[in-house]
Ligand binder design. Structure first.
Ligand SMILES: O=c1ccn([C@H]2C[C@H](O)[C@@H](CO)O2)c(=O)[nH]1
Ligand SMILES: [Zn+2]
Length: 135
């Protein structure tokens, strides 16, 4: 199954009774495996998780920690916009040039790099020794 098809398919399984906004995310790992995730909401609203987090969790649970491509889809007017937390989560496992495609159900899509999705991402370079133990 293609990355796009995987994202559309997993979106059908989204559990979103509170927002009624189903999201599907699929990522390709370095090994070429596709992992998919959907949003899973909760009556305790802040406990809900995003589709991107589910796809990442599936990849990591399978023993992989590098992703090469991302596809996210939702029934939105504009292609769905990953939240800030998911952008940081994706940046953890992708590279600056990782291709990210955002889509809606009408076939509108936008493709960008990870660096464009999250410019100035917090990374290891911000945690160098000079900044530790300063008070
Ligand atoms: O990129 C996105 C944007 C939103 N959501 C979810 C979170 C919540 O369940 C619902 C509405 O915000 O959509 C995702 O899973 N991914
Ligand atoms: Zn999110």
């Amino acid at each position: 199954m293609s990355l796009e098809k995987a994202a559309f398919a997993v979106r059908e399984n989204a559990y979103a009774p509170y927002s009624n906004f189903k999201v599907g995310a699929a990522i390709t790992s370095e090994a070429g495996t596709i992992y998919a995730g959907c949003n899973v909401e909760n009556i305790a609203y802040p406990e809900g998780t995003c589709a991107e987090a589910g796809a990442i969790a599936a990849m990591v649970a399978s023993g992989e920690t590098k992703l090469t491509e991302v596809f996210v889809v939702a029934d939105s007017k504009q292609p769905v916009s990953p939240c800030g937390g998911c952008r940081q989560k994706l940046a953890e496992f992708g590279g600056k040039d990782t291709v990210v495609t955002l889509a809606n159900l009408d076939g509108v899509r936008v493709t960008m790099t990870m660096a464009e999705l999250l410019p100035g991402a917090f990374g290891a370079d911000h945690m160098d020794a000079d900044h530790q133990d300063r008070d």
